[in-house]
Design a binder for this molecule. Structure first.
Ligand code: NDP
Length: 317
């Protein structure tokens, strides 16, 4: 352990739109924020190609470019942006303790958690190849569906997200083929019925992905198999959407914060407050519903304002 314990007013964990927006607000409120970027600087958006739905970019912007601009904006107000991975926290006392890379110990008056969530993927080599190439694999229909308008796409999953995303895609695409691995949906009846009643959504039950097909650059189809008969066939598609759930990056907080059964941090509704005074949450770490860059940014702003007011109320005592 380092014998040099650093003391900070506001520590922000995570470098997606939530973390950087929290930093911009906290820095402008003289809270001298320190932001740790984590293992994926820029967060989920760095795996997205074109972002066309973030207000203020009429021509669109790539995910990585937007994150560089957000970082610059946070640094312009003297946010201290650092490399490092928060590996442990202790929120059991008034001073919130945080460890960076298991070594450096920091004592924080306020902590803003913006660690996000990670989309789950199937893990097939072909899926990962086209995901990395930005060639037709996506885990966000609202972000990327527009690029596939008037085309045929495949979506995997049978939960509420998959149903919602399949329905969203059905309004843009000529055909949506939905791959459901069991003989039934996991989604609520109303969501499943909406999908079943949509003409251009074709549901294949007991069907899984064997391989994502492509020309080396972009997706051209999907080879699927029936898990009862093992029969395979190919489906023509230019987009392959994966909607099999998200995993919030909240494992290190579970001993101290209230989490739901999936691991999302439970905040006081309408605020960014967690069950620990002085610890706030923003972005996808607490949001399994909207999961958009703009909503993450909005809650980042809320977290900084809540942190500032919490500090002010303490000094007023
Ligand atoms: P869920 O965990 O509910 O569903 C995941 C789905 O993906 C399941 O159908 C599961 O299949 C399937 N799946 C998982 N792994 C694989 C795999 N390797 N291959 C094929 N299929 C796979 O996640 P969601 O993101 O859909 O929902 C998360 C939570 O958010 C839920 O509580 C949901 O109700 C909520 N939600 C609510 C919405 C709303 O109310 N508007 C919108 C979106 C989400 P199987 O069923 O066989 O396990």
């Amino acid at each position: 352990m380092s014998d040099q314990i650093e003391k900070v007013k506001c520590l922000i964990i995570g470098s997606g739109p939530a973390g950087y927006t929290a930093a911009i607000y906290a820095a402008r409120a003289n809270m001298s924020p320190i932001l740790y970027q984590g293992t994926q600087p820029g967060g989920q958006l760095t795996t997205t190609n074109e972002v066309e739905n973030f207000p203020g970019y009429p021509e669109g912007v790539t995910g990585p470019e937007m994150m560089i601009e957000l970082q610059k904006q946070a640094e312009r107000f003297e946010t201290d942006v650092r490399d490092g991975w928060i590996t442990k926290v202790d929120f059991s006392a008034d001073v919130h303790k945080v460890w960076v890379n298991d070594v450096k110990e920091i004592h924080c008056e306020t902590v803003i958690i913006s660690t996000g969530a990670s989309a789950k993927y199937l893990g097939l080599d072909s899926e990962q190849k086209y995901l990395k190439l930005g060639g037709g694999v996506s885990a966000c229909a609202v972000c990327d569906g527009f690029f596939y308008r008037n085309q045929e796409v495949v979506i995997v999953g049978a939960g509420d997200s998959a149903c919602e995303e399949a329905h969203y895609l059905s309004k843009l695409c000529t055909k949506v083929t939905m791959l459901v691995r069991r003989d039934q949906f996991r989604a609520s009846k109303i969501m499943a019925n909406r999908v079943k009643n949509t003409e251009n959504i074709d549901i294949l039950f007991n069907t899984e992905t064997d391989e994502v097909l492509g020309d080396g650059q972009v997706v051209t189809g999907v080879r699927v198999f029936n898990n009862l008969t093992n029969e395979k066939h190919d489906i023509i598609a230019t987009g392959f959407f994966v909607a099999i759930g998200h995993q919030p990056n909240t494992g290190i907080f579970q001993e101290f914060l209230n989490l739901d059964e999936t691991g999302y941090i439970i905040n006081t509704p309408g605020t960014s407050k967690t069950n620990v005074p002085g610890v706030f949450v923003s972005g996808d770490a607490a949001d399994h519903v909207y999961r958009q860059a703009v909503t993450a940014a909005g809650t980042g702003c809320m977290a900084a304002l809540d942190a500032e007011r919490w500090l002010a109320s303490k000094t007023a005592l």
